[in-house]
Write a protein that binds this ligand. Sequence first.
Ligand SMILES: [Zn+2]
Length: 162
Amino acid sequence: MPVEGFMQKSFHFDYELHSTWENLAESDLQLVHLAYEAMDLAYAPYSEFKVGAAVRLSNGLTLKGNNQENIAYPSGLCAERVVLFYAGANYPTESIETICVVARGELMPSEFLLSPCGSCRQVMLETENRQAKKIRVILVNQDKRTMILHSVNDLLPFGFGK
Ligand SMILES: [Zn+2]
């Protein structure tokens, strides 16, 4: 007997899981390599957890960013937001097709899923909503396992905003 005003709902999404990023398509491989390049340049003297992010824009251009820490901890910024804000500042009319994130450091065991923090998810979601076009998300674990999501919304259902 159903209770009035109550509905059981569910949320479902599809994603890809690859045992390694090394077999991805060429355009995705380029982004992974770029993200690793960025990671090596990260400024992370406090956490020693270096993160690199790379995006491909709708005009084909690729951009990269990395985490930038600060001795006043909250003043630093994650790699994802560094590259997304750079893209928004310099290429506001281009949409972002794909973002790739990689990391290295002992903050997390290598088999742990590398996944953007809540604040980055919120910024990624607004970027996706703003461009009205889904962003593919490539997440590379430290053990090379790779997850590909087809939309930021899958990472942050019921996100704040429209
Ligand atoms: Zn973050």
